[in-house]
Design a protein around this ligand. Structure first.
Ligand SMILES: [Zn+2]
Length: 183
């Protein structure tokens, strides 16, 4: 998403980059997203782990990497602990040149198998306004595979953290965190 925006502003940076068409993001969701920090983007930090075993590996606490069959880093996630009885926060990035190849889906599956509740984590990241546009596109694609109206369901509770309850538009708990889980 950011890549497309940059391309739109500066003109195509890489003529071989594949187009990534995507439907507009609903306003209730869009206002909660924050752009990947261009001064400190996530993917270069993931790539710095270097060539290794293909598949998903945990490199160190909170840092997970996915590599292709040649062992090259193609993406990964920072899975942040947010306290007891609270879902993890999830920040995911895929090599801009390898988007649309299913790496994020494989990564999410592996993290689910490792015991993280990725749906709750995605909902928490969105409510806390720590999710990037790319992170949201992965979340949306995953949910819409399960249910055709998945996006409207996400948008309807975009401001509700499964751990904290309703949040304001800056990701602060409206009631000081006293609300029970909406589930
Ligand atoms: Zn929360």
């Amino acid at each position: 998403m950011l890549e497309r925006l940059v391309s739109f502003i500066r003109g195509p940076r890489d003529v071989n980059a594949r187009p990534r068409p995507s439907a507009p993001i609903p306003p209730a969701v869009r206002r909660r997203l924050h752009a990947d920090n261009s001064a400190e983007p996530l993917f270069p930090k993931l790539r710095a782990y270097g060539t290794g075993r293909p598949g998903v590996t945990q490199e160190r606490e909170e840092w997970w990497v996915i590599r292709d069959d040649r062992g090259r880093v193609v993406g990964g996630a920072m899975v942040g602990y947010m306290g007891p009885n609270h879902p993890v926060s999830i920040d995911v990035a895929v090599d801009p040149r390898r988007q649309g190849e299913g790496w994020a889906s494989r990564l999410y599956e592996a993290l689910e198998l490792s015991g993280f509740d990725m749906e709750a984590g995605s909902a928490a990241s969105l409510a806390h306004t720590t999710m990037t546009p790319d992170g949201y596109l992965f979340m949306r694609a995953r949910r819409m595979k399960m249910e055709p109206d998945g996006e409207s369901k996400i948008a309807a509770v975009a401001n509700v953290c499964p751990g904290c309850g309703p949040m304001d538009n800056r990701g602060r708990a409206i009631d000081g965190g006293a609300n029970p889980s909406p589930n």
